[in-house]
Design a protein around this ligand. Structure first.
Ligand SMILES: *Cc1c(COP(=O)(O)O)cnc(C)c1O
Length: 391
């Protein structure tokens, strides 16, 4: 612990005493928050609260068992169908958390004698998943498709699995999904994409990265069409997204070919050996999907706020990374400088975390600004003003 202190790497928790939102009460103090993943401002949406309350009243609070024993509820079943339809893939499976989904999927698809190819900036849960799988672990430089192709071409592994974040969580940039899918097609690999930060946010209807690239997710998707062809390119796609970020609730799901989903029900250990999440959470997510679809203004507002922030900080000594997602990292550089800037903002009532190594590469400590549809234009202006003062 002393050595962590000396490196400025000691982590401490702050205690939230209000609901999640733009204005929060943290450690007894009211602040303007730019550090949640509640990108659409749904964590305290009345429709979600009402759905959770009604489900709690009717079905109680605990699931009582794992899905394969007696915890699989009709509300889980309904939500899986809704999620599959929402993202435009044939089948879906709920997991308790995104971390567990990633561990479960990668270890169910790859093992000794197989190879996983992972972007260097992938989320920690994917890194752990690859290590736990015991497959050969090839990490390619961020977004370097030429490097990836060379390694795929040279691989003699029985099963090849490429894993990538859809939106990189500390940089905010988007993976080149069509190109990755084409590479996987050429070298017969699975493609697993973690859309934790894209689901609800990307695409006109918020269906996520698949909609953003027009790969699937449109209203034109039909089960019949997908299965008429011998093998659709998306058969090799393993789509994963979380439900605790833009969806505003909790949990995660995987979507893809029905045979993939059936395999995961049998083989994903983080699915089999854990208690099902409370059905009331499934009810809340079902309500969330309706809001995500119906309230397009939330995504439009988000785009407006992103543009305003980017314009407003253009003259500052620090710069925002290239990102058109709600994740807007302001790169400061040295750890202590990033911490000082975050402290200065906190003194002004603005909450933004300083992200340091090992979460990000050495020398690129940053403020990870995350925007939400819960913010007002005036909130972003206050942030721009405070950054200007501190500069
Ligand atoms: C947050 C996150 C996860 C983990 O999801 P949880 O549901 O919070 O466990 C996985 N992958 C990425 C890219 C994430 O940002």
């Amino acid at each position: 612990m002393a050595s962590l202190d000396a490196q400025g790497l000691r982590r401490r928790r702050r205690t939230l005493e209000s609901a999640q939102g733009a204005q929060v009460v943290v450690d007894g103090r009211e602040c303007l928050s730019f550090c949640s993943n509640d990108y659409l401002g749904l964590a305290k949406h009345p429709a979600l609260i009402a759905a959770a309350q009604a489900a709690a009243a009717e079905f109680g609070v605990g699931a009582g068992a794992s899905h394969l024993v007696s915890g699989h509820h009709a509300l889980h079943e309904r939500l899986e169908r809704e999620l599959a339809r929402f993202v435009g893939l044939p089948a879906a499976l709920l997991f308790s958390t995104g971390y567990m989904a990633n561990l479960g999927v990668v270890t169910a698809l790859a093992g000794r004698g197989d190879a996983v190819f992972a972007d260097r900036l992938n989320h920690a849960s994917l890194v752990d998943a690859c290590l736990l799988s015991r497959a050969e672990h090839v990490r390619y430089p961020h977004g370097d498709l030429a490097f990836l192709e060379k390694r795929l071409a040279a691989s003699k592994a029985r099963t090849k699995l490429v894993v990538t974040d859809a939106v990189f969580s500390m940089d905010g940039d988007i993976a080149p999904l069509p190109e990755l899918l084409a590479l996987c097609e050429r070298y017969d690999a699975w493609l697993m994409v973690d859309d934790a930060h894209g689901f609800g946010v990307l695409g006109e209807h918020g269906r996520g990265i698949l909609e953003r690239f027009g790969i699937l997710g449109g209203s034109g998707f039909s089960r019949e069409k997908a299965f008429a062809a011998e093998a659709a390119p998306t058969d090799r796609l393993v789509y994963m997204a979380t439900l605790g970020k833009a969806a505003g609730v909790f949990g995660a799901f995987v979507a893809g070919h029905p045979a993939l989903i059936e395999w995961l029900v049998n083989k994903a250990r983080t699915y089999v050996y854990t208690t099902a999440t409370p059905p009331l959470l499934a009810a809340a997510v079902s309500a969330s999907l309706k809001v995500i679809e119906a309230e397009a203004w939330r995504r439009e507002r988000l785009q407006g706020l992103i543009a305003r922030l980017r314009g407003g900080v253009a003259g500052l000594p620090w710069s925002l990374m290239a990102s058109d997602t709600p994740i807007q990292p302001l790169v400061v550089g040295p750890n202590q400088a990033a911490v000082r800037l975050a402290d200065g903002l906190r003194e002004r009532g603005l909450l933004i975390p300083a992200i340091r190594p090992p979460t990000v590469p050495q020398g690129t400590a940053r403020l990870r600004i995350s925007l939400s549809a819960a913010h007002e234009t005036a909130d972003v202006d206050r942030l721009i003003q405070a950054l200007g003062d501190l500069a």
